[in-house]
Ligand binder design. Structure first.
Ligand SMILES: Cc1ncc(COP(=O)(O)O)c(C=O)c1O
Length: 395
């Protein structure tokens, strides 16, 4: 493109972001990003770090001393969790129930670990007994699982059982909460999770670019006693600890992203975790009722369903890419298509943080009705909206 064709100023199109991230932003979060930047070791910035640590502990429901936000997206959280706890040749068990569990396994392999996978079919959670048997047999140093699998909308609710099995053999338990933290109930101390990471742009309600990360003392000790230094300098937890706790330069953190995450976590604090989980549950239930009234199915059964992300299976012959395009072009609503085996026949919807509101649910269902009717799907007009409203009005 010729530079003369670049528009000034930039006017990105207005969208309603209802994909599984990034999510809609609270106006407070948008405002925070316009505040003037600070230097990375300005005492005012170090004070904001302390505020963030306290706010992150609340979101994670932990008393862990170490709670920071990495400069990077959820994938940086995943990489940091693995590269700090794994040394080449270590035995590692990874539970996979979808795309992001598979990414965990692949990353651990690239770090030179001997990975044993325990797979669950996409759409169901892992069987805790099977993972326990594998842990007893393999006796790994590290076990990794995904709490909220975004590719299927499934939650692994019994992480505490998996953590107990890991601790029997003195392994660390890593949990991915990129798609769940701030929207689906989780108490990482009660579940005895040793290492937990997330991403800023989903149910926490900030833009992408920061990855919350917490380690308990057990995990910190393990990292401090490594035989070899962490090969990834950028994500080296001991160095990041010196930065976040002693103000020793490590990298130039983005002040606007820090402000935005702080604002998003304050919104969470003022709402309260319990209330926020209940809001996500209620709006998700309204959405499920609407989808089912249109004769469609959500892949995850209600008892295994995240409150944040839904995988909606489309009728035979209706292409997910085509529906996604129509929702974007005609209704300015962003959703995502499926991943892996579900790519052509699934829509992935995120109802997270500011985006988990009943008016977004109704707007999406109304648009979906229109798009599906135009593609020959038969249902009673208005059925989705009526069912969602009825469900939402039920306390
Ligand atoms: C469960 C899960 N883990 C990890 C990631 C990676 O996060 P990011 O895309 O922010 O790097 C995602 C992103 O969707 C996710 O849903």
């Amino acid at each position: 493109m010729a530079i003369d064709a670049v528009e000034t100023p930039l006017h990105p199109p207005t969208r309603v972001l209802l994909a599984p991230g990034p999510s809609e932003l609270d106006p407070e979060v948008l405002r925070a990003m316009t505040l003037p930047p600070l230097g990375y070791v300005d005492p005012a910035m170090l004070r904001i770090f302390d505020e963030l640590k306290a706010l992150l502990r609340e979101a994670f429901q932990t008393t862990n001393e170490f709670a920071i936000a990495l400069s990077g997206t959820g994938t940086a959280g995943m990489q940091a969790a693995l590269c700090n706890t794994i040394e080449p040749g270590d035995a590692v068990v990874i539970g996979t129930m979808g795309y992001f569990g598979e990414r965990l396994a692949m990353m651990a392999e690239r770090l030179g670990a001997k990975v044993t996978r325990v797979d669950a079919p996409w759409g169901t959670p892992l069987d805790a007994d099977r993972i326990r048997d594998t842990i007893r047999k393999v006796r790994p140093r590290v076990v990794g699982v995904v709490h909220g699998e975004t590719s299927t909308g499934v939650v692994q609710d019994d992480i505490a059982d998996i953590a107990a099995a890991a601790h029997e053999v003195d392994a660390l338990l890593i949990a991915d909460t990129v798609a769940s933290l701030g929207g689906h109930p989780l108490d990482i101390d009660a579940a005895s999770i040793d290492v937990c990471y997330s991403g800023s742009q989903k149910a926490l309600g900030a833009p992408s670019g920061m990855a919350p990360l917490t380690l308990n003392e057990r995990a910190m000790e393990r990292v401090r006693k490594r035989k070899s230094p962490v090969s990834n300098f950028y994500l080296d937890i001991p160095a990041l600890e010196k930065y976040w706790y002693q103000g020793q330069y490590h990298h130039t953190i983005s002040a606007p992203l820090v402000y935005a995450l702080r604002a998003a976590l304050l919104v969470l604090h003022h709402e309260g975790c319990e209330q926020r989980w209940a809001r996500h549950q209620r709006n998700f239930a309204a959405f499920r009722a609407g989808i089912e009234a249109l004769g469609l199915t959500i892949l995850a059964a209600p008892q295994h369903s995240l409150y944040t992300v839904a995988g909606v299976l489309l009728p035979d012959g209706v292409d997910a890419g085509d529906v996604r395009k129509a929702l974007l072009d005609d209704f300015a609503i962003e959703v995502a298509t499926g991943l892996g085996p579900f790519k052509p026949r699934m829509l992935r919807i995120g109802l997270m943080a500011y985006g988990s509101q009943v008016h977004f649910v109704l707007r999406l269902l109304a648009a979906l009705e229109d798009v599906l009717r135009a593609r020959g799907h038969v249902f009673e007009a208005g059925a989705g909206l009526a069912a969602a409203q009825a469900r939402w009005q039920t306390p």
